[in-house]
Design a protein around this ligand. Structure first.
Ligand SMILES: Nc1ncnc2c1ncn2[C@@H]1O[C@H](COP(=O)(O)OP(=O)(O)OP(=O)(O)O)[C@@H](O)[C@H]1O
Ligand SMILES: [Mg+2]
Length: 212
């Protein structure tokens, strides 16, 4: 008897500062992958599980004053749950998982933005993820000014979005540094361009990844 086992799915993460276009491109990417015949699960961080979504509410609540280390620990606590309850089971079933943010965001926001030493985040990353990494990370690069213009037009600022521009400059620099360090896994997409052009770049990166 032949036992058919589904091949493991792929884990794709979308990163970028607020207003870079992650959520917009996530639905577009989901449709693109479905057209390629993949089963796709869409999720986000912090969040993705009931506990993670509760932590998200606390983390984004502008009324909360949270120590940067507590913030990092809560992000990784939510991530541990996310990995166990959603990401790994889906990949094992052969589904593709797309997450709106993942661990690169912790390095960008809690280290770059808040100033925590990255060695502390390395410890948490190793503890929570072991050797697990996204298969592909799409980093949407946008200037701080343009990102701010795009988000302030659509919603009230959350606990991160109310930070000054200088904070987002450090976050962007930290993302750019990670793209430099991990050129294989992370791909930079210029998100300053009009939507159709960004989608064209996204399409080319993803199709070449799927064909490889
Ligand atoms: N390349 C683009 N050109 C013009 N408008 C864009 C572009 N990309 C995104 N937008 C618009 O900018 C706004 C913010 O985009 P989106 O919500 O996808 O960003 P985001 O990265 O998910 O932000 P956040 O981190 O705050 O969730 C949306 O109204 C979206 O339609
Ligand atoms: Mg979004």
């Amino acid at each position: 008897m032949t036992i058919l086992t589904a091949s493991r799915g792929k884990f794709i993460t979308l990163e970028g500062i607020d207003g870079a276009g992650k959520s917009t491109h996530l639905s577009w990417l989901e449709n693109l992958l479905r057209r390629q015949g993949k089963r796709v699960i869409v999720t986000r961080e912090p969040g993705g599980t009931p506990l993670g979504e509760t932590l998200r509410q606390l983390l984004l609540d502008r009324g909360q004053v949270i120590h940067p280390e507590t913030e990092a620990l809560l992000m990784f606590a939510a991530r541990r749950e996310h990995l166990d309850k959603l990401i790994l089971p889906a990949l094992d079933r052969g589904d593709w998982v797309i997450s709106d943010r993942f661990t690169d965001a912790s390095f960008a926001y809690q280290s770059g933005g808040r100033g925590l030493p990255s060695r502390k985040l390395n410890v948490l990353e190793h503890w929570v993820l072991g050797k697990f990494q996204p298969d592909l990370t799409l980093y949407f690069d946008v200037t701080v000014e343009l990102g701010k213009q795009r988000t302030s037009a659509i919603k009230a600022a959350d606990r991160f979005e109310k930070e000054p521009e200088e904070f987002f400059r450090r976050v962007r620099d930290a993302y750019l540094e990670r793209v430099r360090i991990f050129p294989g896994r992370m791909r930079l997409i210029d998100a300053n361009k009009p939507l159709e052009e960004v989608q064209k770049s996204l399409h080319d990166v993803v199709i070449s990844y799927c064909d490889a």
